[in-house]
Design a protein around this ligand. Structure first.
Ligand code: GCV
Length: 723
């Protein structure tokens, strides 16, 4: 980068970017996993200092400026001294980053063959000779690839990897890796537990919070390249010029981090803000309105990503209001953005209480007949499971069932059904369980991850979405471990085959400590945490038995809402047993899966016990693999879940010396709350289900107290984001 550019760049940097860092306290969590604290182990520090003598990013684009800034800040922080920027390779140990077209050094390395398969976001990191000197090279076909490579290189230092024998070659397996914010224009966040929305709409576009850039950096560091700024329960106002100017300001800030902006489109916008009398997708004036709206948006935001749409679901308007299909609806928007290279993500989360069929079957019924009818720039966005982000669900049967359509998963990073920002629940194992599930759509080896990366049905347009958990609280996610779920989502979107444990390991080292015992302990805690939550919330395939509305605590007794929002509809407990019969003798939801998954789930003997009550109505006396009866097994899981939160607490206590006091205290207090509320889950659910089973609690557990009435009326008044 030229000196003059660098100077003005630094003026901006001081004004806009360093502010949050100067405010940062070591343990306030605001730096996420990009802490760049100086390595504490002196041998490692000396080794890195020796290996990296200077750095250079050849080229001057905004993306490369971001890469340069990150390398400079990261190296200075991690190595505890200024690492000089250089224009030449005069000594060994120069870190060179660039593309063959922008960097004479990278061009001279003649990397065409190695770079060819890496597309426009992949990169290489390797040690190589240049002019007889040993250098470290970060090479990519494009500037965004260089940016991602720079973050990767810093991660290697943050996680204390050997950098003397580097041979990284990676490219993302999905094209679009995006966050979905359920943020409203009044700055409330649906299912948000980390303060207000990050987007300060009233002060945009004139005032730009330094957080916007840090948000973009954090996403770039894990390869996230898209963000839907607004709630799927959409407000048409976001499509007015007044708001689009604000969106454009965010897009300008995000662009140097390769982060594209997308918006939710309310289907009735042509009526609500366009003055039309209809939003019928086949009406010529509606088609023209969407086209003109897209043109207006692209004039302001040339790289606008496109629209995300929730239609005909939970009260949102949609094409079915006009007797049209989801394909008709999606295609009119797709045609409007297509000339600009935009896409439409159309959600499959549709169900209707007036349809008497099992709610979990409805999306499949709606969408499978439309396979092949969507435009090429449409993706169908499918939640990981057929219900709604439960602690455990089987994978959604739509994965693999629409070969002629691009299908993308929607995962929920925010913990709507998993303890909000109070419970420590590492979600990568949940995400991976879905991604690695074999659909058998094309025989064995047809994992969900292969539907998503386009390889199973040869789709070029591929994507993955995660419902964001970030808000305006200082540490972004409320619970310090919530950051791990944002991180893990990004890493899995880049490569759905990464192991949850490896991702945890990375995150811990970058976020907390590289101390071996600390890493192992925290990793054990994280890896166990999801199953622990399943145990004290919804063991054995139970689902949707949460407190009505906020979904934080238990509510198996909920029976007063529309049928498909009650708990009794899902657990179906009676004097004989419990569980939803979705077998071929029941709702036959199993028929939506390919053989042999269908048969596996259909048979009570082969159905995995962790999904038993999802698929079967099971007698209380049913004998489980452990030798316990179903009732005893259920008690066992609920009780084990609570005891395991006690274990999480004691593991954490052992880490007091390894963690900064601020974050140690925050997590310590949250774990205490988690244990308190896990007990409420156990005792409330077991006392309620006992009214059906009429069985005593096993001797191995303390009988729940005081009584069911207490739990039915429990109020949660100290949970962020919960009313
Ligand atoms: C954004 C669930 C949540 C809703 C959410 C909906 C959806 O029903 O409880 O808050 O709405 O899913 O994904 O559209």
């Amino acid at each position: 980068m030229k000196d003059s550019t660098r100077k003005s760049f630094y003026t901006c940097l001081t004004l806009v970017m360093l502010l949050p860092f100067t405010r940062a306290v070591s343990g306030d969590g605001c730096r996420l996993w990009l802490r760049y604290d100086t390595l504490s182990d002196s041998t490692g520090l000396a080794m890195y200092q020796k290996s990296i003598a200077a750095w250079m990013v050849e080229g001057d684009s905004p993306l490369l400026q971001s890469a340069a800034r990150e390398l400079e800040t990261g190296l200075r922080g991690l190595l505890g001294k200024e690492i000089p920027e250089t224009q030449r390779v005069q000594t060994p140990g120069v870190l060179v980053a660039g593309t063959p077209t922008g960097s004479r050094i990278i061009a001279a390395l003649r990397l065409d063959n190695q770079l060819a398969p890496l597309g426009d976001e992949g990169y290489l990191i390797f040690n190589g000779p240049y002019n007889g000197k040993k250098i470290i090279a970060i090479a990519a076909n494009t500037d965004q690839g260089v940016l991602y490579g720079a973050f990767h290189f810093l991660r290697l230092l943050q996680t204390r990897q050997d950098i003397t024998t580097l041979s990284v070659a990676t490219r993302p397996k999905t094209k679009i890796r995006m966050l979905n914010h359920w943020d409203n224009l009044d700055r409330t966040v649906e299912r948000g537990y980390a303060g207000a929305s990050l987007w300060d709409w009233p002060s945009l576009p004139d005032s730009l919070s330094p957080r916007y850039r840090d948000y973009a950096r954090a996403n770039a560091s894990i390869g996230i390249n898209g963000t839907v700024l607004t709630n799927v329960n959409a407000n048409a106002q976001i499509l007015t010029r007044h708001y689009l100017l604000k969106v454009a300001a965010l897009a300008d800030l995000f662009r140097p981090y390769n982060l594209k902006v997308y918006l939710t489109a309310r289907f009735s916008a042509p009526v609500e803000i366009g003055g039309l009398t209809t939003a019928d997708p086949l009406a010529p004036e509606v088609i023209a309105w969407w086209k003109q709206k897209a043109d207006e948006i692209y004039a302001l935001i040339p790289d606008f990503g496109g629209f995300l749409v929730k239609a005909n679901s939970e009260g949102q308007p949609g094409p079915q209001n006009y007797g049209r299909s989801h394909a008709d609806g999606a295609n009119v928007l797709a045609d409007a953005v297509a000339p600009h290279g935009g896409i439409v993500m159309w959600r499959a989360f549709v169900y209707d209480n007036d349809v008497p069929d099992d709610r979990t079957k409805q999306a499949y019924h709606e969408f499978v007949p439309l396979d092949g009818q969507f435009r090429k720039n449409v993706l169908i966005q499918v939640k990981n499971g057929p219900l709604d982000f439960q602690p455990r669900e089987p994978f959604h049967p739509l994965f693999g069932a629409m070969p002629g359509t691009a299908v993308m998963p929607e995962l929920q990073i925010t913990q709507e059904y998993l303890g909000a920002s109070v419970h420590l629940v590492y979600l990568a194992p949940l995400f991976s369980e879905c991604l690695q599930a074999d659909t058998y759509a094309r025989g064995p080896g047809s994992a969900v991850s292969r539907v998503i990366d386009g390889s199973l049905f040869q789709h070029d347009l591929t994507a993955m979405a995660g419902v964001a958990n970030a808000g305006d609280v200082q540490n972004w996610t409320g619970h310090p471990f919530g950051q791990a779920n944002w991180y893990a989502f990004g890493r899995l979107a880049w490569n759905p085959d990464l192991k949850a444990q490896d991702i945890a390991n990375e995150w811990i080292r970058m976020t907390f400590s590289n101390d071996k015992v600390a890493v192992q302990t925290i990793c054990r805690m994280m890896m166990a945490s999801r199953e622990i939550a399943v145990d004290y919330m919804t063991p054995l395939g139970l689902h949707h038995i949460m407190y009505a509305g906020h979904h934080y605590g238990p509510g198996p007794w909920v029976d007063h809402l529309r049928r498909d929002w009650t708990s009794v509809y899902y657990h179906r407990a009676d004097s004989l047993g419990i569980g939803f019969d979705r077998t071929s003798r029941g709702s036959n939801a199993v028929s939506q899966y390919f053989a042999p998954v269908r048969e596996l789930y259909d048979d009570i003997e082969t159905c995995p016990e962790n999904l038993l009550l999802w698929f079967h109505h099971v007698p209380w006396e049913h004998s489980m693999k452990s030798g316990r009866t179903l009732w005893e097994e259920m008690c066992h899981h609920y009780d084990a879940g609570v005891k395991s939160v006690g274990w999480l607490r004691s593991e954490w206590q052992g880490l007091q010396e390894a963690i900064d006091p601020e974050r140690f205290a925050v997590v310590e207090a949250l774990l205490a709350k988690q244990e308190r509320d896990a007990r409420i889950w156990r005792d409330g659910c077991l006392l309620y289900f006992q009214t059906f089973s009429q069985k005593a609690f096993p001797d191995s557990m303390k009988a729940p107290a005081p009584d069911l009435n207490y739990y039915r009326h429990h109020q949660y008044d100290d949970i962020p984001g919960i009313e």
